[in-house]
Write a protein that binds this ligand. Structure first.
Ligand SMILES: [Zn+2]
Length: 255
């Protein structure tokens, strides 16, 4: 079990890895990342900070309770949300402000087994998410490793206003997945926006993102050859539950 400072160090390393230019997951201030500290608090990237060069002062320690209480209020103006975000910080003296996606991180970190989250806009994935056939292209699995790392089913969220509304939509959709599968999803695709990896560990988030990006390139390739040939539900279920794949998940630190 890591303490707050160790979690911070791990989150910084994960954020910088996600931000490496050669990965092409994000540029400039795109994307954000978070990690659960305990039942009451989590770290989240500050608004405007760059993942690739993230420093401790670019992370904000935030209260779950205050963030989720704020999210339950309806009809807040953008200004009221911005003011509210100031108050969810544990240390009111820090200069950094939590990102507007803090709400989304708060709801997802509440699910069992989800300790680290990486939200990115990979070019390969967004090429699909910004396409007319996005929902169809992401509706099935194409090869065994995609299932091992990214799960048996992928959450797809139609375009929604980022921030408050998105967090509420993500919560409802993830809750629905949790009720059907008994665990949180590993990947969430947000139409015309980007990607979320939900990990038990920081390494998990990096692995999930890397495999989802590879999958996106393969999906795009299939459309040049007549479209994706999705695996049958029986084949997906077989990979998802077979013992040697469970072992592989354990070796690679995948939940
Ligand atoms: Zn985003």
């Amino acid at each position: 079990m890591q303490n707050g400072e160790q979690i911070l160090t791990t989150l910084l390393e994960m954020s910088r890895n996600l931000g490496k230019p050669e990965n092409d997951y994000i540029i400039l201030g795109e994307g954000n990342a978070s990690a659960k500290i305990d039942d009451k608090t989590f770290w989240v990237k500050a608004s405007g900070a760059s993942l690739s060069s993230l420093e401790p002062e670019n992370l904000v320690k935030v209260s779950f309770d205050k963030t989720l209480t704020l999210l339950k209020q309806s009809n807040l103006t953008d200004e009221e949300i911005r003011e509210g975000l100031k108050n969810v910080r544990i240390d009111q003296d820090v200069k950094a402000m939590p990102s507007v996606e803090t709400f989304m991180h708060a709801v997802l970190l509440q699910f069992d087994g989800v300790n680290f989250i990486g939200h990115t806009h990979p070019t390969a994935i967004n090429a699909i998410l910004c396409s007319r056939n996005a929902a169809e292209a992401l509706s099935g699995s194409l090869f065994p490793d995609q299932i091992v790392y990214c799960g048996a089913e992928y959450v797809f969220i139609p375009y929604t206003d980022p921030g408050f509304i998105l967090a509420n939509t993500v919560f409802k959709t993830t809750q629905d997945y949790y009720e059907r599968w008994g665990q949180a999803p590993k990947v969430i695709y947000m139409q015309n926006h980007g990607f979320i990896a939900l990990g038990g560990t920081a390494k998990d988030v990096e692995n999930i993102t890397a495999m989802a990006v590879k999958s996106a390139r393969i999906i795009a390739g299939t459309y040049a050859m007549g479209g994706p040939n999705f695996l049958s539900p029986e084949s997906v279920d077989r990979i998802h539950t077979r013992p040697d794949e469970q072992y592989r998940k354990k070796v690679w630190g995948t939940r």
